[in-house]
Unconditional design. Structure first.
Length: 196
């Protein structure tokens, strides 16, 4: 991706995230009310991830799990996870828990398309097997990616390695048309109510 393309990508991200936050603000309100009606705990969940240049940042999500979900330490989320709340299960199924990441895109910590940012705890495990994980740090992580669309639920180390391979392939071949294709496919699946 050329410097000009990277500039266009960042401009698209910023404008798209700003417009997206305005358009989805009613959805934010409905989800917030549903969260509070169901029980205690914050509406949003902020978790430290590692992004561009190895910089740590806080990713925004709607809370989908019980507040005690990681009392025993970091765990990979499972497709059928008994730590999910009822509202959280619905949000996960329709990918609405990812909506607050528009904030991360707007502030420049993330892009619409890129590798999924991971926690340092799991990155260390991945890098024991694949030190080339750090190659991803030259770009911004993303809300969606080819791996998100085609690797299924990343709930094992094997799937994490497969996701890394797909992310590295994207990194070396990325262009604006690829990004638009991934965004279009993601929107089609989300609007169609299909699982990613």
């Amino acid at each position: 991706m050329t410097a000009c393309e990277r500039g266009v990508k960042r401009t698209f991200d910023a404008i798209g995230a700003f417009v997206g936050l305005i358009c989805t603000s009613p959805v934010f309100l409905v989800i917030a009310i549903a969260q509070k009606v169901e029980g205690e705990g914050p509406v949003f969940y902020r978790q430290e991830r590692v992004g561009r240049h190895g910089k740590h940042f806080k990713i925004w999500k709607f809370r989908t799990m019980k507040v005690t979900a990681e009392d025993d330490g970091p765990q990979l989320a499972q497709e059928q996870d008994d730590r999910l709340t009822r509202v959280g299960r619905f949000l996960r199924l329709h990918h609405l828990d990812e909506l607050p990441q528009l904030i991360n895109v707007l502030t420049g910590d993330m892009s619409f398309v890129g590798y999924r940012p991971e926690r340092e705890y799991f990155i260390k495990q991945i890098m024991e097997l694949r030190p080339d994980y750090s190659d991803l740090y030259i770009s911004r992580p993303g809300v969606t990616s080819n791996a998100t669309l085609h690797n299924g639920y990343t709930d094992t180390m094997e799937k994490m390695i497969r996701r890394l391979d797909m992310d590295l392939e994207y990194l070396h071949t990325r262009n604006l048309m690829t990004d638009l294709s991934i965004i279009g496919e993601t929107l089609g699946l989300v609007v169609g109510g299909k699982k990613i």
